[in-house]
Design a protein around this ligand. Structure first.
Ligand SMILES: C[S@@+](CC[C@H](N)C(=O)[O-])C[C@H]1O[C@@H](n2cnc3c(N)ncnc32)[C@H](O)[C@@H]1O
Length: 287
């Protein structure tokens, strides 16, 4: 069965999309407010003059670039939480704050599907919030990312969340290399989380290119799903691709299993008027 949906992440105590419009968005991250460019916010903002502790100026979404202009009260980093998971926020040169709040809806969904002792693999895990949500729900987690720095940040977030001793394997590796090795070893997982970038590099310079490599990624995922697997979540952003394409790919990989596939847009609900700001597309399968 296939369902077309919009996965909406609502504001929570430590995060909210306060207002949006005029090509920008105003968000709150704990006690600080920031303005960032947002090409899709083509409408007018709810209020004209935004007060913020900092703004990310310039650079296009495509080529990166640009920089933060921050008021002196903004520290290098500060603690945030979402439910039981705590993590550091900071103004990164990549225009984001060190985690992706629009993943909130995915974290809730997968946490609700995890049974204690399930094996969950989080690929492209970055600063680990998704891995910690899964660990918190009782999973044995394998967290993989190409960047040593990201994995170190993820481990620090585990400590902050009181999950330093949780059963999480922290792995620095290239995504496809790791997955191919896991398939050869006959490893199996109950849950898979894939949040690949458009373009990236493995620790030895291996090139990840979404359109070229996604089919192999999903085929490897198919081989890693345990007979009693519960879910597979795939999210894609910053790319010209429809959620329907993700649907076709996942439908093929899970054809023999039945279950459900849900695909669509991911969005954050603006607090001012409830407008939906799209952030990514997704496809997810569940048994
Ligand atoms: C933007 S993040 C994904 C967001 C993350 N899942 C989250 O929710 O916070 C993309 C991650 O992919 C990693 N990456 C890029 N190329 C990779 C590769 N070839 N193999 C493994 N990880 C890679 C980057 O280091 C980065 O941490």
């Amino acid at each position: 069965m296939t369902q077309l949906s919009t996965l909406i992440t609502e504001a929570w105590p430590d995060f909210g999309l306060i207002d949006s419009g005029g090509g920008r968005k105003l968000e709150r991250y704990g006690r600080f407010r920031f303005i960032r460019p947002e090409p899709q916010a083509m409408w007018a903002p709810a209020t004209p003059d935004w007060k913020a502790d900092g703004e990310f100026i310039g650079g296009s979404e495509e080529d990166g670039g640009g920089r933060w202009q921050l008021k002196p009260q903004v520290p290098d980093r500060w603690e945030l939480s979402r439910g039981p998971v705590r993590f550091w926020a900071s103004n990164t040169p990549f225009r984001h704050l060190g985690f992706f709040p629009d993943m909130g809806g995915q974290w809730d969904w997968l946490a609700s599907r995890i049974r204690p002792g399930d094996k969950v693999l989080n690929m492209f895990g970055y600063t680990g919030v998704g891995s910690l949500m899964a660990a918190q729900a009782g999973a044995q987690v394998t967290h993989v990312d190409a960047s040593k720095k990201s994995v170190a940040a993820a481990r620090e977030n585990a400590g902050l969340s009181g999950l330093a001793d949780a059963p999480v394997r922290w792995i620095i590796d290239d995504a496809l290399k790791f997955l191919r090795r896991e398939v050869r070893r006959g490893s199996k997982y109950h849950g898979l989380i894939f949040d690949p970038p458009k373009y990236g590099r493995g620790p030895d310079g291996e090139v990840w290119q979404l359109e070229r490599d996604l089919p192999e990624l999903v085929d490897l995922a198919r081989q890693l799903l345990a007979d009693d697997a519960r879910f597979l979540v795939l999210t894609v952003y910053a790319i010209r691709m429809s959620a329907l394409a993700l649907h076709s790919l996942l439908a093929q990989a899970t054809a023999s299993r039945g279950g459900q596939i849900e695909v669509g847009d991911m969005a954050i609900r603006e607090e001012a008027r409830g407008l939906l700001l799209p952030t990514a597309i997704f496809a997810r399968w569940s048994a």
